[in-house]
Design a protein around this ligand. Structure first.
Ligand SMILES: *[C@@H]1O[C@H](CO)[C@@H](O)[C@H](O)[C@H]1NC(C)=O
Length: 429
């Protein structure tokens, strides 16, 4: 209920045709077989350009290669600020500073800026009213986090025009992997970019100029990560007896990233596990395999959980070893799986349905057809925008749960890390 009156079959249709933005989910078995969820446009030439820009090894549509396309369009309206975004007047002691590392789930326009991609509506329709480079009709999780912390949106590192890095930098880029060399902006590159940014910013202060973030800002900043789904999806295309080893390698690289950040002064970490990969409509509609009680692909979800277990263990280790650091791990799998399993609780009728897709419920996703032939209403309670990425509605719900601390280890609210000093939070679960 509360579904779009026009339903997924109703709206959109014809009038969007010329404006429609397409996201392809390109699955490339690259070397060690890591998958990259990247974005491109409808036109083959634009698509080629994007592929080039992303430096992604794209699977040719030849034999056996997997290639999926996603349409992106619009969704669920939620124009007002999050309720918990309490306006705590502007007497913030140290300003809020965030550094985010990630993939499309937290890209706030990085790939669009880097690639010079002129994205067109209906992307962005629900919240911003215009395209922003996010793979969503509106906000992504980090946007809700920024709003709740009463700070402006986090600007992409590669945004050349109008950027304001006074509250930190978003290094997240759509299509990014943890694994080195598989995507152009893999986690290690994002960390190198951070180190570069920090040096340049501090240099400015040393020369008596005003840089974007000062020494204290870096020390008090929150270092956030939300990356791994592209890697896990890639692992699934390798023989299952290699999964454990590959996942261990990937999580080891996250450990390297955390170490380098720590060595560069980071003391407060907020790490997101990966979501319920097996519940992504694009996966459910396309991939083979056993479905669980809620219609999700069991093997993909097991892999996501195995990755998360290792990531959570890594966070435990870092917490033990670095006594002066705070490391919070948040189980995005539990959050996102809960939306599907308990969908009625959230007023969601079709938990595995895409807003911008084709074919109507239950998935509104046709692997052979892209575009938003069937576009949900902006108010519709639909979690998935394009089959892989969340809608504004879905991200808002996920952000609220993530920030609550209820799915975190230790169980602390995100806001408590901002205001607290860089020491261990007291309530540890
Ligand atoms: C669904 O909701 C119930 C009650 O709130 C909760 O106990 C259960 O853990 C939830 N299931 C999932 C998968 O989140």
């Amino acid at each position: 209920m509360a579904m779009a009156a026009g339903g997924p079959n109703g709206g959109g249709g014809g009038k969007m045709v010329s404006l429609r933005l397409q996201y392809y989910c390109v699955f490339a078995a690259v070397g060690v077989a890591v998958i990259v969820l990247s974005l491109t446009f409808l036109s083959p030439s634009a698509m080629g350009a994007v592929r080039q820009n992303l430096g992604t090894v794209v699977a040719n549509s030849g034999a056996g290669e997997r290639q999926a396309r996603q349409a992106v369009a619009a969704v669920v309206a939620k124009p007002e600020p999050e309720p918990e975004a309490e306006k705590v007047e502007e007497k913030k002691e140290p300003p809020v500073v965030l550094f985010n590392f990630g993939d499309s789930n937290s890209d706030t326009g990085g790939v669009a800026a880097a690639g010079g991609i002129n994205i067109m509506p209906p992307e962005g329709r629900t919240y911003f009213g215009h395209p922003t480079g996010r793979l969503s009709d509106g906000r992504v999780i980090i946007d809700f986090i920024c709003a709740s912390l009463n700070t402006h949106e986090l600007n992409p590192y590669l945004k050349g025009v109008g950027s304001d890095y006074s509250n930190g930098v978003n290094f997240a880029m759509a299509g990014s992997t943890v694994s080195h060399g598989v995507s152009p902006y893999s986690l290690n590159v994002q960390v190198d970019q951070f180190v570069y940014f920090k040096r340049r910013s501090l240099e400015l202060f040393e020369r008596g100029l005003k840089g974007p973030v000062n020494k204290e800002g870096f020390e008090n900043a929150l270092y956030m990560m939300d990356i791994g789904h592209n890697d896990v999806a890639g692992v699934m295309h390798t023989p299952s007896d290699q999964w454990d080893k590959k996942l261990r390698t990937i999580v080891g690289e996250i450990g390297d990233a955390i170490r380098i950040l720590y060595d560069n002064g980071a003391r407060k970490f907020w790490i997101h596990g990966t979501g319920a990969l097996g519940c992504l409509p694009a996966m459910v509609a396309r991939e083979e395999g056993e479905h669980d009680a809620h219609g999700c692909l069991a093997n993909y979800n097991r892999a996501a959980q195995a990755f998360n277990k290792k990531l959570s263990d890594l966070c435990d280790e870092v917490r033990l070893r670095r006594k002066d650091a705070t490391v919070v791990y948040t189980d995005m799998f539990a959050i996102k799986y809960g939306f599907v399993a308990n969908h009625t609780k959230y007023g969601i009728e079709w938990p595995l349905m895409v807003c911008c897709g084709n074919g109507g419920p239950p998935y509104n996703f046709n692997p052979g057809k892209y575009g938003c032939g069937d576009l949900c209403e902006p108010e519709a309670k639909v979690l998935s925008w394009d089959g892989v990425h969340f809608t504004d509605f879905g991200s808002g719900l996920a952000a609220k749960h993530a920030m609550s601390g209820e799915y975190s280890k230790p169980r602390v609210k995100l806001a408590s890390l901002i205001n607290g000093a860089s020491k261990k939070p007291s309530s540890v679960s």
